[in-house]
Structure formats: C-alpha cells, structure tokens
Design a protein around this ligand. Structure first.
Ligand code: GLN
Length: 341
C-alpha cells in the first residue's frame, strides 16, 4: 500500500497510479503551453464560413482533476463553438435514455477509417452508422434524443451538456447561422440514413438539433470540467452532480478511444494512450479515467481536422503527468519525450 495513505477508494480503484502533486501539475501545464505556443502548423477550418475568422494564435490549456482542482494557462475564457466535441456527450445522454446496449446496437462502436463527414462510410458498411462520433452516427444519435419536437430534443441536449459543464451553456448564434447555411452535406447524410431506416426522427429536424448542438459556445475551462465529469464516472467534480451513470461514462470513453480523433484515432491512442475527442473549431477533450479531464483550444488543424497545438500539448501532458492508460512505469517528469517506457 506504500507509505502515503490513500484517502479514497476512488484512487485505489484507478488503474494507473495517482496524479503528481498540484505544484508539479501546474508546472507541466505551463511548460506544455510554452513549448507548443510557437508551433504555427495547421490551418483554421473554413468550410463553415463563421469559423474562418477565428484568430489562429488563440491557445488555451485547462486540466481539471477529479478533486475539482483546476490548472489552466492561456486563452481559457475565450468562447468557441463546441462542434464535434458535443458528440460523446450527446451519446452519453442517449445511453442514459435508451441504455448503452440499445445505443450500441443502433449506432455501432467501431471506427470507420474515413473522414468525419464521409458519405461513403454509410454506403460501404451495411450497418450504415459505424459509431456515434462521426457525422452519420452522431446525427443518428441526435435523432434518438428523447422528445417529440425539435425544441424538446434541443432543450434536453442543451440542459444535458450544461450539467456536464456545471453552468448554463448558450448558443453561438453567429456560428449557428453560418453552419445552417452551409450544412447541406449533413442534411444529405440525415436523409440518406432515413432512406436506410436508420434515423429515428425527421431528417431536417434532426439536422437542426445536430447543428445547434455543434454551435453551443464553450470555453476550454468548460471542456476540462466536462471531460473531468467523464473521468469521475459521470459525476461533475465541481458541482458534485451525477450527470450520467458510471456504466454510461465507461462506454462513452471506450467509443472516444476507438473513434474520437476520426481516422487518426489509432495514431492518437498510440501516442497519447487516452480517450479523446476533437472538434473543427480547434478544441480537444481528453479523459484520464479516475484522474481528470484535459481541454485544449487552438484553431489551426491538421488535415484530419484535429488541432495541431492541442494534440501536441495533450501528448506532452499525457507523458509528463503519467496519464497514458497503457503505461506501466512512472511518468516521465523531466526526461526525453521519446523515452520508450
Ligand atoms: N458541425 C461540424 C460538422 O458537422 C462538426 C464537425 C467536427 O467538428 N469535426 O461538420
């Protein structure tokens, strides 16, 4: 059992040791920020016109531990649209509503190996939706949100995501207007799924709710709290509210590990070793079960649509804070990032 008393059962039950002390966490968050700030790789997304104007130099990192302590650096209070990061949280709400077994049967939990907005993925696979974290499966997930009208479903999504964040989230109206003008592809996917009998609500109504959920404004601080809620088995570590049950939380993390970074999910798991989810506005959430949640925000993306600085900072913090689920050794505190442990 070691010398230090383990104060809670939670710490004993987590698989890969404990977090470093608060001073060390703070130092590594600051270091990751300083190291990655000058990486100018990637392009700001412009297929949604409203995103194209986002300043490329915005950069924020926030780590929220499951004890509710928050460590943050940079542009942590700048709001941006949540985009695809809404997908795992809406999937969690649907698992709560229909059960994780039915959710998996209807939506799937395997990767597509194709870009997030792929129509070919629907045509190629007989299951049609492969997982809830790429557009086809995410749109089908939204169609399963309880409620008879667009407004009912939307309120459930907005309230649900707000509980994950621990505050009342709001729409970014400008992004919503811009994305509603330009989301013909998503509308097409919704109608295609309907044609295959794999959409469970009206296609245009579903696309409307889906587009709103992607336009919810969050900060990187919100992302960290939302991720920490999944890290804590569904309990928001700041408000203390149980948002979803532990069984749901665990399955959501499994799907994030499989498909959270689109067709780069394998590369991500190989390097970072944690469930994550990115969005085209430049956010990434990463969950370290039993330890905490990490949010990063930096708009320039690689060609798969994942934030360049965010991936780098997360990889670095996963190593330095000892978060990698597959690592059996101590965290690499000051050593070489390519240390093979
Ligand atoms: N709203 C975006 C879309 O549906 C979300 C995509 C993303 O963040 N990868 O195209």
């Amino acid at each position: 059992m070691g010398t230090a008393k383990r104060s809670t059962k939670k710490q004993q039950a987590s698989t890969t040791g404990r977090l470093p002390d608060p001073g060390t966490i703070r130092r590594h968050v600051e270091d990751a920020y300083a190291t990655c700030r000058d990486d100018h790789g990637g392009q700001v997304a412009d297929y949604i016109p409203g995103l194209a104007q986002t300043p490329a130099d915005l950069f924020g990192i926030c780590f929220a531990a499951v004890d509710g302590q928050v460590y943050e650096q940079g542009d942590v209070e700048v709001p941006f649209s949540i985009q695809s990061i809404s997908k795992p949280f809406v999937y969690a709400l649907v698992c709560e509503a229909v059960g994780h077994t039915e959710a998996r049967e209807r939506l799937g939990v395997n990767g597509t190996g194709l870009p997030f907005d792929s129509v070919m993925a629907v045509e190629l696979h007989e299951e049609r939706t492969m997982n809830p974290l790429v557009n086809a499966g995410a749109i089908a997930t939204t169609s399963l949100v309880p409620g008879d009208t667009v407004e009912d479903k939307w309120q459930l999504v907005l309230r649900g995501l707000s509980r994950f964040a621990g505050r009342d989230l709001e729409l970014d109206e400008e992004i919503l207007a811009s994305e509603s003008e330009s989301n013909r592809r998503n509308r097409g996917i919704a109608h295609l799924l309907r044609g295959y009998d794999q959409l469970y609500f009206d296609p245009d109504g579903t696309t409307e709710v889906y587009t709103r959920q992607c336009s919810i404004a969050v900060t990187v601080h919100d992302l960290a709290i939302m991720a920490a809620t999944l890290a804590d088995g569904g309990v928001n570590p700041v408000t203390g509210e149980r948002v979803v049950d532990a069984g749901t939380s665990r399955r959501v993390l499994a799907v994030m590990a499989t498909a959270g970074m689109y067709e780069r999910s394998g590369d991500w798991l190989y390097e970072v070793g944690l469930p994550g989810k990115s969005g085209v506005s430049g956010g990434i959430v990463t969950v370290s079960p039993g330890k905490g949640g990490l949010g990063t925000f930096s708009p320039p993306l690689d060609d798969a649509g994942n934030s360049v600085r965010g991936q780098r900072a997360t990889r670095e913090l996963s190593e330095r804070l000892g978060l990698n689920l597959f690592a059996s050794g101590e965290p690499i505190v000051d050593g070489d990032m390519d240390d093979p442990r």
